[in-house]
Ligand binder design. Sequence first.
Ligand code: ATP
Ligand code: MG
Length: 402
Amino acid sequence: LPTEFKQAKPIIDTIEAAGYEAYFVGGSVRDTILGKPIHDVDIATSAFPAEVKALFKRTVDTGIEHGTVMILDHGQGYETTTFRTELGYQDFRRPDEVTFVRSLKEDLKRRDFTINALAMRANGEVIDLFDGLADMSAHVIRAVGVAEDRFHEDALRMMRAVRFASQLGFTIEPATEQAIADNAQLLTKIAVERTRVEWEKLLMGQQPVRGLQALVKTALYRYMPEMADQLPMLKKLMALPAWQLDQIESTWTLLAWLMQLPDTAAIRQLLKAWKTSNDLIDHVTAAWTVVGALQAGGTLAPMTLFKAGAPALKTANTVANLLGFGQPQAELDAAYAALPIQDKHALALKGGDLLKQQVVQPGPMMGQVLAQLLVAVVTGKVANEAGKLLEFARMVADTKSN
Ligand code: ATP
Ligand code: MG
């Protein structure tokens, strides 16, 4: 058993000693059986939330309305969820009602795939009510119950299926895959943020091509934001020599590049549609510009290095390496480190100095002069010293006002 389970065993023991059932469930059981590292330990129990809370000193109501209580123990938090069934799903995304039940089977039945519907006792014994172990050995992702119904209940499960295909390198069982093909358009009912999480996990999986193949075969991609016409991009992605990305930024930069978007405004629009953060948008647009420069070949210009910044340079080079025109990362790092300044705040002369010395009046001229100073310093034309910069600024201001 993984250490995480050993550490959590006292929690299960405590719940059981009080006369209830408790099991490890979900991804941690799946990943343990696969011998993969686990991240979050989920516990399912027959005890109702109030009963769980009565057993432990420190708990947090992280999702009490769905029956989830976090038990704090030795600096660790364990999400403990009461067995439940779900009813309704009129909106294709969440149940109208959850009901707490005392039966493990009922709880496992509502889970998405057989490999995610296994439970494990604290002693490591596996409870396999839906043939999840057989599917695990056969490397198959199969819906629990009737796939069509399950995707009607919650359309996000279709994205989860293709995501697991990528993460685990598994195949989607034919009837499950057919149900995705038949119901793909229901994905539009799902909040973009939730689809994005699965899409990013797919792209950063062990075998992304597996997930992409399923996405194309079922046409599910057509219902993802801005993706309806992106079959050519997906094909290019699938044709790249074996790749594995572990960074969201490089993933989106690669996509934007393969989409052959015309400019950074188009990237912004793409990422806005996917509701990513503004930080990610800034990073990806910067990296995308550098990918273009790397493709053009030769040494990167100082201003290209400067504008990108170290993180986006790294992202860009990772992507360029995948595409076959990267440069040794150490050389890029050295070129960046060799820039006279790495940050515009490091300029030895500030806007305030320009005003004080009456080089410029407040107004648009100020920004223009500062921009030229920056270029002059970064490109090594003028040393980053206040005196030299003042002289240069006077000259720039003169030419501009004439
Ligand atoms: P990960 O390794 O990414 O955490 P996971 O399988 O643990 O994968 P979670 O979102 O953490 O995914 O969910 C935990 C468990 O809850 C799943 O293994 C599955 O049993 C169940 N589950 C999660 N989302 C759904 C869903 N949309 N429909 C049905 N069951 C779900
Ligand atoms: Mg999980």
